[in-house]
Design a protein around this ligand. Sequence first.
Ligand code: TEU
Ligand code: CA
Length: 546
Amino acid sequence: MTQHGTAWWKSATAYQIYPRSFCDSNGDGIGDIPGIISKLDYLQDLGIGFIWLSPVFASPMVDNGYDISDYRDVAPEFGTLEDLDQLIADAKARGIGIVLDLVVNHTSDQHPWFQDARAARDAPLRDYYIWRDPAPDGGPPNDLQSSFGGPAWTLDPQTGQYYLHLFDRRQPDLNWSNHRVRAEVHDMMNWWYDRGIAGFRMDVIDVIGKEVDRGITTNGPHLHRYLQDMHRATALGRDIVTVGEAWSATPENALLYCGRDRQELSMIFQFSHITQSWDEEHGKWKPKDFDLVALKRVLNEWQAALAHDGWNSLFWSNHDLPRAVSKYGDEGVYREVSAKMLATVLHLMKGTPYIYQGEELGMTNAGFTRIDQYRDVETLNFHALQMAAGVTPEAFLHGACANSRDNARTPMQWTDAPHAGFTTGTPWLEVTANYPTINAAAALADPDSVLAHYRRLAHLRRDLPIIVHGDYLPLAEDHPQVFAYQRRLAGQRLLVVANFSAAEVAFDLPDRAAMRGRCLITNRAARDVAEGRLTLSPYEAFAILS
Ligand code: TEU
Ligand code: CA
């Protein structure tokens, strides 16, 4: 095993916290850092190795903190810098690292840099952002579109030029081709590293190398040079983890980000298993069922691409996506068993698994059916655009109910008390109605809960090198209901079989995969033998080790 092979973040289970919705300590309806500190015992008991904390920095909160106005301070609704230092220290004392969210493709329009830049064409920091003259007809310089709908350019009347924003107009893009911008980011990252954080998750990092005049945003010509410069200036000599959000990444270019000789990132979040179930034309706003064969193909391709170099990050959900059990499992009678099945399949693959807060309880989509229940800027922007384009409110809400980002942002369900024990005040976003049954207190009291299953998986990963380092061999790739694979390390073998359907399924295990051993984990009756024709219960999943 090489040094690279034994990095601490490979045997860790990660946990993502969306601070606004995790735990409110002071009754203002907004989750905060003292609230997170009060739940560290819960997270330690779950067995996690690091927390990815969505942004807690000063922000006008247009995009819940993904619009930062001061990279070196904490938003008052989340607490103080001292609270964050305390969180870093208290987590470290429990063997948990804190990974902060690096949102540097753009700032808030309230950031002092943008305030300076927009004041005049010759402002000292003008070139920190991306400005272009209007097209001859006065319109935007080109037809680049914002991820949140509409043109990616907004005219700033003060100076008569357009500025670029790949997200909301209140999130202007930084000009990464300016070396002063890059140096500012590096300084800021080192300032945080010196405070003891364990790493950074890097927001939309695949767009920083853009060349807007050629219409290139993702995977631009300068991307990897910037990432290598960043690594050299900040990460070198530190034992940290970095994970880049890269919607455009493919198995073909993945190693450019995370290959061992690249000196760029530890791993990336790739999204091809997510987007394969999006509508080709209307994206996520027109819900489509996922196809298990396609899903397996994509995940298996990523396993193959990073089999000997690089590293996968494994996730079903995050703060931008629907709840895992709602999307890939069953919200009804099989909720718990299907949530455990999904966890089993994901956590026993090769890579670092990420649990999104509440997933370990089998939390479900919000399922809001009225537009006034939504708070997410992306949902509200698209709603306005689609209404203007003549889409019916029902059609839009049908899509939002399945895929709006607010589905995963409802408050964490701690207890069966009012507002799920998240707050004593009024939560900023409605609590999901099922909290009296789905909550952490109930899960902690039940040895068979989804939570207990996640805890087992995290502990197995810590104890068994085959889960971390074993080779991955896909099985039954064309089976329409079953996800199965084998892991191998030295003389050991691990078999994982999962039924992705609510029906009983007959599954002929290939002879080469037949197993007799020890049942490591299951959501049904224990099996220690698997050979020949297996009859799998609805959503059954098991793993056998020999
Ligand atoms: O997300 C990137 C991004 O492209 C998403 O907006 C995505 O297109 C959409 O949500 C898919 O459902 C990152 C953050 O994770 C997100 O929360 C931010 O809003 C966005 O960047 C801008 O910072
Ligand atoms: Ca609060």
